[in-house]
Design a binder for this molecule. Structure first.
Ligand code: HEC
Ligand code: HEC
Ligand code: HEC
Ligand code: HEC
Ligand code: HEC
Length: 487
């Protein structure tokens, strides 16, 4: 029975129709070929939800991303082609395997089905050979690797269980991790999400969490994962939106849904507290804790991310102090604000000058919030993620604030980096204007009259507000300075 239903779906695809009509007993129906499976649109016929989610993901966008295309083009030019296939190994791995590109400079002419991190690419990984730079062995056997030990009989493609594709197995993180850590040609580890995760408590069983457990949420409801194939048992399915912080900057499917999901993800990302003292002028302490990231915050392309804290203090309706407030014409990294708490990574060339492009970096230094290393509150390291900064950094602001606000902001790619690509004519300025700024975690508001916890810090009375159970009395660590890129 199941087989005949599966055949209906195959016929809808225009495949194997002849086999379906042949004499009794029906010969074994041919499984989907590798060639057919190269195209994500083939998967869409049966896995429509997985396809829709993936089609709006950064995995689908990876080789269409105008910033990627601009950086790759500039990198190829500035290195006289030495960059080679370095970037496309991760951004268009199937196009590389199929010989449709060598260096990503012809991506506009590469068939869409081969672009980005495709369904078949992930679902064909048979071995992980290293911890970075896409050291993955991809099988060409047309067997789909997945998380089911018991796919229904008659599944239209061959399938096999693989722990690399099972979010409940620690080794699944090494498949994601192989692409989510980059070591450039100078041996500098630039994007280290996997290394950060390995050093965190999340990589330790029990109680840990894999990339997939946080980034591929499991449905509460049981539904068939192949919707058009009748007779398929209902199971829990796993999201393929892969929301993080980055968004499509040009028209792309699912853009609004992707933005909403990123915002929901970021809303739950940080725990924060805002403490204010008005004794002898206004002092504001902001405390942040990376509670939800299985890696640093920010992570990934930290050399391109810009995260900063916006603080404003008011008295009688007028602003008596502010930091981290920026306008459309000034990238936050170029602000003259001496107090700005900017979380970023600086890249330096061999002479110690700041550079923006990652093939140029020979060293790096950053101040992202660390990941949690223990869940045991009696372990002193538990509080090492409580990072704080005092505003203003010099003397307190004159006057006593009656209201103070705080929010954390993130630009997935800093406008200073994008402006640099526009300056070399590699990027269209319209792309820069499309880059959104998100708020991360809850914004906090402190008022002189409102409820707050009284604490004494550095012998001064402070009153603190938080939307979580942040323990403001626990150990706190000063934020590492990294506003100006000086080695
Ligand atoms: C003609 C319908 C059809 C097409 C086309 C199709 N699948 Fe499937 N797929 C199924 C069915 C049926 C199952 C089994 C579902 C179950 O057991 O609950 C399945 C199972 C899977 C699984 C789980 C397998 C396991 O053992 O863990 C993955 C992963 C998967 N498909 C990916 C893909 C990808 C990627 C494509 C495109 C290259 C694709 N499928 C194309 C029908 C299809
Ligand atoms: C970045 C790698 C990656 C890409 C790209 C990807 N998948 Fe998956 N997929 C996974 C992993 C990992 C799982 C297993 C999740 C788990 O452990 O439960 C999975 C599970 C599945 C399943 C099993 C059902 C479920 O929800 O658990 C299906 C079906 C599937 N993927 C289809 C697709 C299709 C279709 C595409 C492209 C449109 C695609 N995948 C793209 C990594 C990927
Ligand atoms: C072939 C390499 C490759 C593999 C394998 C891979 N990724 Fe990715 N991933 C990428 C690339 C490339 C991008 C970014 C594309 C872009 O923004 O241009 C990305 C983007 C993402 C993002 C969005 C990042 C952001 O800034 O918003 C998340 C989340 C993500 N991947 C999670 C995963 C998880 C979880 C897995 C394993 C199931 C995985 N990836 C496997 C290459 C890979
Ligand atoms: C405990 C849950 C958790 C685990 C485990 C986890 N992540 Fe994340 N990830 C998040 C959250 C929350 C965010 C959004 C904000 C942030 O960066 O913390 C995020 C963001 C990201 C981003 C966007 C980059 C940025 O600036 O933060 C990437 C890429 C990413 N994760 C990849 C991975 C990969 C790859 C793994 C496994 C090696 C992984 N994540 C493990 C929760 C998790
Ligand atoms: C080892 C795999 C890998 C290699 C090699 C790689 N990338 Fe990526 N790239 C990723 C992943 C994973 C992400 C998503 C992580 C994130 O968004 O933080 C990403 C994100 C990006 C982004 C969007 C996010 C941002 O902030 O910039 C751009 C642009 C980009 N890469 C350009 C390039 C270029 C250009 C090259 C070659 C010089 C390259 N990448 C090489 C894996 C890789």
């Amino acid at each position: 029975m199941k087989r005949s239903h599966a055949l209906v779906a195959l016929a809808a695809l225009g495949l194997a129709a002849a086999a379906a009509c042949s004499s009794d007993p029906a010969p074994a129906r041919p499984a989907l070929t590798r060639d057919e499976m190269l195209d994500p649109a083939t998967c869409k016929t049966c896995h429509a939800d997985h396809y829709r989610e993936w089609s709006g993901s950064m995995h689908a966008y990876a080789a269409d991303d105008p910033v990627f295309l601009a950086m790759n083009a500039r990198g190829q030019r500035e290195t006289n082609g030495a960059l080679g296939d370095f970037c496309v190994k991760c951004h268009a791995p199937m196009a590389l395997i199929e010989g449709a590109t060598k260096d990503g400079q012809n991506l506009a002419a590469v068939p869409a089905k081969l672009k980005g991190v495709t369904c078949l690419f992930c679902h064909s990984v048979e071995r992980v050979d290293g911890t970075h730079n896409a050291q993955l062995t991809v099988a060409r056997d047309a067997v789909i690797r997945g998380n089911f030990a018991d796919p229904v009989p008659g599944t239209p493609h061959r399938s096999a269980y693989s722990p690399l594709h099972d979010r409940d197995k620690l080794e699944s993180a090494s498949m994601c991790g192989a692409c989510h850590d980059i070591v450039n040609g100078h041996g500098v580890a630039l994007e280290r999400t996997f290394a950060e995760w390995k050093a965190s408590v999340f990589s330790k069983a029990p109680g840990g969490a894999t990339c997939g457990q946080c980034h591929m949420s499991q449905s509460a409801a049981l539904t068939p994962v192949a919707q058009t194939v009748e007779g398929v048992a209902a199971r829990r399915r796993h999201s393929h939106t892969f929301a993080g912080v980055d968004v499509a900057l040009t028209p792309f499917p699912e853009a609004e849904a992707q933005k909403r999901e990123i915002q929901a993800f970021l809303d739950a990302s940080l725990q924060s507290a805002l403490c204010v003292s008005t004794a002898g002028g206004t002092r504001v302490r902001v405390l942040l804790d990376n509670v939800a990231g299985g890696h640093g915050f920010p992570s990934g392309a930290v050399q391109d991310r810009r995260v900063w804290v916006e603080v404003a203090a008011y008295a009688g309706g007028s602003t008596i102090y502010q930091s981290g407030v920026t306008d459309a014409s000034t990238p936050i990294a170029k602000t003259s604000d001496p107090d700005v708490w900017l979380m970023r990574e600086c890249l330096f060339d061999a002479k110690g000058a700041e550079v923006h492009m990652f093939w140029e970096g020979t060293s790096t230094d950053g101040n992202a919030l660390p990941a949690q290393v223990t869940f045991d509150p009696t372990d002193p390291r538990f509080y090492q993620t409580h990072i704080e900064r005092v505003f203003p950094r010099a003397a307190p602001a004159p006057g006593a604030a009656d209201r103070v606000t705080m929010r954390v902001r993130i630009e997935p790619i800093g406008r200073d980096v994008l402006d640099d690509l526009v300056a070399t004519k590699d990027l269209d300025p319209a792309v820069v204007r499309a880059m959104p700024t998100f708020d991360v975690g809850a914004s906090l508001e402190w008022t002189a009259a409102g409820a707050a916890t009284d604490v004494v810090i550095d012998r001064l009375p402070y009153r603190c507000v938080t939307k979580t159970n942040f323990n403001v009395q626990a150990d706190r660590f000063p934020a590492k300075e990294r506003t100006r890129c000086k080695p």
